[in-house]
Design a binder for this molecule. Structure first.
Ligand code: PLP
Length: 298
């Protein structure tokens, strides 16, 4: 991937209904979204020119905004169109799409009832770098110090920028110790998720995944649950305590960015990605990269 800073790239960004030159898509420093985290966003992948589950992402963007008390000034269909426009204008086939909505700068204070709601959609190239074989090596994780908050502490169903404060802290702490990512527990001490992905455990041939009652119910998570059930695997959504890692044979993460990523260790617990992980990793790869999907999106 190019190491050009994100504000110095070439191309266009969809900004409040218009395509603007990439480097002109700027905000004022006195923006409510920046000071008070009144912002929601999405992360999507385009495969062969087709954004996987695009409308679902934009429905979630709309729902996230409502949970933060504001309405998007564009419909889901308009944001779908914006994402396709931005991919096409930038000539992106395999890429990442980042829509974001935020309160503007009309008022600066906790209360910002009348601030403009801004929406932007950016996209950049993101080809697949690792073969399934390389990914099957697995990533190394460590337990985070920060916990996912209770649903009456923060709007946990929203993909809200503010909820990522503890994700960045946890990921940085993990990286400083030489790990790839952090496993976050929730406010009850149950396993919740990674800093940007959901988690699955395989115990005696069955899949177990935490009930998403205080963190994002990922679109990839739901897709993988469907793929697993179609393949005859039992999937159990339930409360999972970290001690259970001792009797877990395989672990993998799911998310738009990480797709299906096996985990080889979580602190002292070691896992070997096996048949079920491999099967679901391949099934997900095949689903998102279906040539038929790309053709129907043209
Ligand atoms: C904190 C968090 N959990 C889970 C996910 C997985 O969600 P999805 O599969 O919809 O990308 C993401 C990625 O968006 C995330 O940031």
């Amino acid at each position: 991937m190019s190491m050009i800073p994100f504000d110095a790239r070439e191309g266009v960004i969809w900004f409040n209904g218009e395509l603007v030159p990439w480097q002109d898509a700027k905000l004022h420093v006195l923006t409510h979204g920046l000071h008070y985290a009144s912002a929601v966003f999405e992360g999507e992948r385009s495969y062969g020119g087709h954004v996987f589950k695009m409308t679902e992402h934009h429905e979630r963007l709309q729902a996230s905004a409502e949970l933060l008390g504001f309405s998007l000034p564009y419909s889901v269909t308009e944001i779908d169109r914006a994402a396709n426009e931005v991919l096409k204008a930038n000539g992106i086939v395999d890429g990442y799409v980042r829509p974001i909505a935020w309160r503007g700068s009309e008022m600066m204070g906790v209360s910002a009832q009348h601030n403009r709601i801004n929406v932007a959609v950016a996209a950049w190239e993101w080809p697949a770098y690792f073969s399934p074989e390389a990914r099957l090596q697995g990533i190394r994780m460590t337990l985070a110090d920060w916990r996912r908050p209770a649903p009456d502490t923060a709007p946990t169903r929203s993909k809200a920028a503010g909820l990522y404060m503890i994700c960045t802290l946890s990921k940085h702490a993990a990286e400083a110790k030489g790990f790839n990512d952090a496993l976050m527990l929730d406010y009850r001490g149950q396993i919740a998720e990674a800093t940007g992905a959901n988690i699955f455990l395989i115990q005696e041939g069955k899949l177990h995944t935490p009930t998403p009652d205080c963190f994002l119910d990922g679109i990839t998570r739901r897709t993988v649950i469907d793929l697993a059930r179609e393949r005859g695997y039992e999937v159990i959504e339930r409360a999972i305590m970290p001690e259970e890692l001792a009797r877990t044979q395989e672990v993998f993460l799911t998310g738009t960015a990480v797709e299906v990523t096996p985990v080889s260790e979580i602190d002292d617990y070691k896992f070997t990605p096996g048949e079920i992980t491999r099967d679901l990793l391949t099934a997900y790869d095949d689903l998102v990269r279906q040539p038929g999907l790309a053709a129907s999106a043209a």
